[in-house]
Design a protein around this ligand. Structure first.
Ligand SMILES: *[C@@H]1O[C@H](CO)[C@@H](O)[C@H](O)[C@H]1NC(C)=O
Ligand SMILES: *[C@@H]1O[C@H](CO)[C@@H](O)[C@H](O)[C@H]1NC(C)=O
Ligand SMILES: *[C@@H]1O[C@H](CO)[C@@H](O)[C@H](O)[C@H]1NC(C)=O
Length: 388
């Protein structure tokens, strides 16, 4: 009896050992243990590439550059730059622009990125394709990606980084990062570099055209982020006219159907009411048309909302981007007073009426006036709106 018990005991023990070994061998090395290995190497000898510069040196250079660029810029209510940088345990000024395709967000994103010391998380949800995220199944992963980036934590963003390696416009808009990517391509998509590099920037901006506003409440709720959210809205006739000319849009219902665009605008309006009650100092809505007609005034109130003064570099950007019409379709160099109303000349009366037919509620809520059939080409489409 005893022998039999011992025998079974040994068999079970052997089985456990066997399973343990098999499991350990088969499971891929988790990412965190890989970075632990890197760190261990770094302590003895900094990681250097062919170009003989370490991550640490690159980050030092950027830090010094930012200190120089921002030395005359007043940082309200804060004592020093360190109060705003993640690497020093500070809290950056984080701004997230929520909008949809062809609503002027390239322009607004570049205005914020004209601020020295800004790190631009451009379209973090590019790899989700031409879809709107309104809830499950994608909302959770999308918000996780956004939060990780706002914390400069690239460690678990393999999918995002892999997509970016073959779609570099994920990074090219982030000009302060991209200039390093061009000089040191081996570091560009490396989470170890990105984590440290991102954490020296006191201003962190993000814009996305794929996440609807009600989901952004989860970002505002997060007290460690203290994020500010700007909803950028545009006349659906202008948005749809502009989308018509993009080859990636037609055939994608979230992009080419006026009914989807406008029900999103209605839902964004309800979310805007809720968020402006809950977070009056951290949520703001802005219409593209108002920004284009009065860029200086609106940019000043936007920076005020962020707790900042308009930097001379931002003013220079506006000076050069709001009066002349040069560049291609995604160019932000244009006559900003006419750009928002281009649809009146480009859309047919039938197209305008189809959009207005689907969008009457959205247009009423956001202060866009319907045409009356005979004045289509020359009426003024804007009126006031109120988030109440
Ligand atoms: C700025 O950082 C210093 C040093 O960490 C700290 O003592 C101070 O309270 C911070 N100030 C603000 C306004 O956060
Ligand atoms: C809504 O848009 C669709 C697709 O463009 C169009 O066929 C339809 O006529 C529009 N509905 C109304 C009520 O105008
Ligand atoms: C359409 O509106 C214009 C003014 O914008 C007005 O002069 C015209 O009489 C209106 N036409 C109709 C059919 O209501």
């Amino acid at each position: 009896m005893i022998r039999r018990k011992e025998f079974f005991g040994i068999v079970i023990l052997a089985l456990i050992c066997f399973l343990f070994i098999t499991f350990c061998e088969k499971s891929p090395t988790p990412i965190h243990s890989r970075s632990v290995a890197f760190q261990a190497i770094e302590i003895e000898q900094p990681r250097v590439l062919n170009n003989h510069i370490s991550i640490e040196e690159l980050v030092n250079i950027q830090r010094t550059k930012l200190q120089r660029e921002l030395q005359d810029y007043k940082l309200p209510d804060r004592e020093s730059l360190a109060n705003l940088t993640i690497e020093d345990g500070g809290q950056p000024i984080r701004t997230v622009i929520i909008t949809t395709w062809r609503s002027g967000s390239t322009f607004l994103g570049d205005i914020l990125n004209a601020l020295p010391g800004n790190y631009y998380h451009y379209e973090p949800l590019l790899d989700y394709g031409i879809i709107q995220i309104r809830g499950p199944p994608y909302s959770e992963s999308a918000l996780n990606v956004m939060k990780s980036l706002l914390n400069c934590d690239y460690t678990n963003l393999q999918r995002y980084l892999e997509f970016g390696m073959s779609h570099i416009y994920l990074f090219t808009h982030n000009k302060r990062l991209w200039s390093q990517c061009e000089a040191y391509p081996d570091y560009c998509w490396d989470p170890d570099f990105l984590n440290d590099f991102c954490r020296v920037f006191p201003f962190q901006s993000m814009k996305t055209v794929r996440l609807r506003l009600k989901l952004a409440e989860e970002l505002l709720e997060d007290d460690t982020l203290k994020v500010k959210v700007v909803l950028l809205v545009r006349d659906p006739r202008g948005t749809l006219q502009s989308r018509k000319h993009r080859d990636w849009c037609p055939g994608e219902p979230d992009c080419d159907q006026p009914s989807y665009l406008c029900s999103d605008m209605v839902s964004d309006y309800s979310a805007a009411i809720r968020l402006s009650k809950l977070y009056p100092t951290r949520f703001k809505a802005l219409r593209y048309e108002d920004l284009s007609l009065n860029p200086y005034e609106n940019v000043e109130s936007l920076f005020d909302f962020m707790g900042l003064k308009v930097h001379p570099a931002v003013k220079d950007f506006l000076d050069s981007h709001t009066t002349v019409n040069v560049g291609g379709v995604s160019s932000t160099y244009r006559d900003s007073k006419n750009a928002p109303f281009h649809w009146r000349a480009d859309l047919s009366v039938g197209e305008i009426q189809a959009i207005e037919g689907n969008c009457s509620e959205a247009m009423k809520l956001w202060g866009y006036i319907r045409s009356n059939g005979s004045n289509v080409k020359d009426f003024y489409p804007l009126s006031a709106y109120d988030i109440k």
